[in-house]
Design a binder for this molecule. Structure first.
Ligand SMILES: NC(=O)c1ccc[n+]([C@@H]2O[C@H](COP(=O)([O-])OP(=O)(O)OC[C@H]3O[C@@H](n4cnc5c(N)ncnc54)[C@H](O)[C@@H]3O)[C@@H](O)[C@H]2O)c1
Ligand SMILES: [Zn+2]
Length: 389
């Protein structure tokens, strides 16, 4: 037997900027990112989430003017695509195909850019397209929701929902840069504003007690969208998320454990059970409520800690219960329970579910006790039946 053992190390580096008015005159962020001169202008394709384009009607024009003012560096490919955003659009290839077709038609090269502006769903679709074109175009993300700015839009993954499973198709492909522009958050519907904060609770509960205390102390201000409080929470959450990807030892998730998916086994199942009526952030909130109560039943949190967590989540406007949690399957079992096995398959290998251990620390378990879970659902329904998405 002959063997050549191959080993490749690849380092990725990308900046995540926090700013306001990225495309306005005098904002140095974009030019800071592309300081060094280019031999020839890069082609830039742009796609905008239709939901964003609708409430920011001048955005496409601003982007056109912005690139027109930098002709030696960039060549904007028109038309700027307005693509359907939101989870419903992630269910098929249509939006991804529109990007692939424009890229082929306009003969982009591997050094061309795709600038994607929108919520986490649009960014996931655009990221998948970018990772496929010539095996990887340069992707610039401009997240426009709380969730995408602190979590979904800053990491290394993309994907679409196919064959009845969330993110069944997707790739790991780090972006070239991320531009978080807080101005966009002004037009976000309330459900998505609050929903995005679920990811802040997620990372706080398993990693950072101080962030949890600031979520609790600032809950009313967050609910009122007080800009300074919100910006601080988004930036801190993004930082914790990026630290985890960098230092967690498994950026491309080859193992079975995924701490940043705390609360997500139930969340992903709830999203599909609800036909995506319940958005990702709100589903994560319900998933966190379930796993928090389960952790408390297992002695990992005391009742006071559990109640403080649920209280803070309620106060920022997050749901803690959804009627879909009572749906049953053909065998009469609660349909949500199938989310445990589906989660295991998505991660691969042995079941690994992250639970909070106290506030700000975590533990991994390899089994969820069904009887305890039933008790948790009874408790949440009895206590928070009115706190639904
Ligand atoms: N790739 C990852 O690592 C990762 C991580 C977390 C979540 N996600 C994915 O992100 C998706 C959820 O993203 P989301 O919560 O950002 O919501 P979303 O992208 O589904 O958008 C929700 C709705 O808000 C609209 N919208 C977006 N920005 C707006 C704005 N500024 N003003 C008004 N409307 C706006 C959209 O058009 C859409 O209708 C899920 O599919 C989830 O799986 C991906
Ligand atoms: Zn999530």
């Amino acid at each position: 037997m002959n063997v050549i053992r191959q080993k490749i190390k690849v380092a990725y580096e990308y900046p995540v900027y926090f700013t306001r008015g990225l495309f306005t005159d005098g904002n140095p962020t974009f030019d800071t990112c592309f300081k060094s001169a280019a031999a020839e202008p890069h082609k830039v394709m742009v796609c905008i989430d239709q939901g964003v384009a609708r409430v920011w009607p001048g955005l496409a024009r601003d982007i056109e003017m912005f690139f027109a003012a930098r002709p030696s560096r960039f060549e904007l490919i028109l038309p700027i695509l307005r693509l359907a955003g939101g989870e419903a659009a992630k269910k098929d290839w249509r939006q991804v195909n529109k990007i692939l077709e424009l890229a082929a038609e306009r003969q982009v090269c591997r050094h061309s850019f795709l600038l994607a502006v929108g919520g986490g769903s649009l960014l996931d679709m655009a990221g998948l397209a970018a990772s496929l074109i010539h095996r990887g175009l340069r992707l610039l993300r401009m997240p426009t929701t709380v969730l995408a700015q602190c979590d979904g839009g800053i990491g290394v993954k993309n994907g679409i929902d196919r064959y009845g499973a969330k993110n069944f198709l997707g790739t790991f492909a780090p972006p070239t840069a991320v531009f978080n522009d807080f101005d966009f958050l002004a037009t976000l519907p309330t459900a998505y504003w609050c929903g995005g904060l679920a990811e802040a609770f997620k990372v706080a509960l398993i990693k950072d007690a101080e962030l949890f205390e600031s979520l609790l102390a600032g809950a009313d201000r967050l609910r009122r969208r007080e800009p300074k409080t919100a910006a601080a929470v988004i930036e801190k959450t993004a930082r914790l998320h990026l630290d985890h990807i960098r230092d967690g030892g498994d950026p491309f998730e080859f193992g079975s454990a995924r701490p940043l998916d705390f609360g997500h086994w139930a969340a992903h199942k709830l999203e599909t059970l609800s036909g995506y009526r319940v958005g990702h952030g709100q589903a994560v909130a319900v998933g966190i409520a379930i796993d928090t109560c389960y952790a408390s039943r297992q002695g990992l949190l005391d009742a006071d800690q559990r109640d403080r967590i649920l209280k803070a989540m309620r106060q920022v406007g997050l749901p803690l219960w959804a009627p879909e949690l009572r749906q049953t399957d053909e065998s009469g079992d609660l349909a949500i329970l199938a989310g445990i096995e589906e989660f295991r398959q998505h991660l691969g290998g042995r079941l690994a579910i992250t639970l909070p251990k106290g506030i700000g620390d975590r533990i991994e378990v390899h089994e969820i006790k069904r009887a305890a879970l039933h008790d948790v659902l009874d408790f949440l329904e009895a206590s928070y039946a009115e706190c639904t998405p």
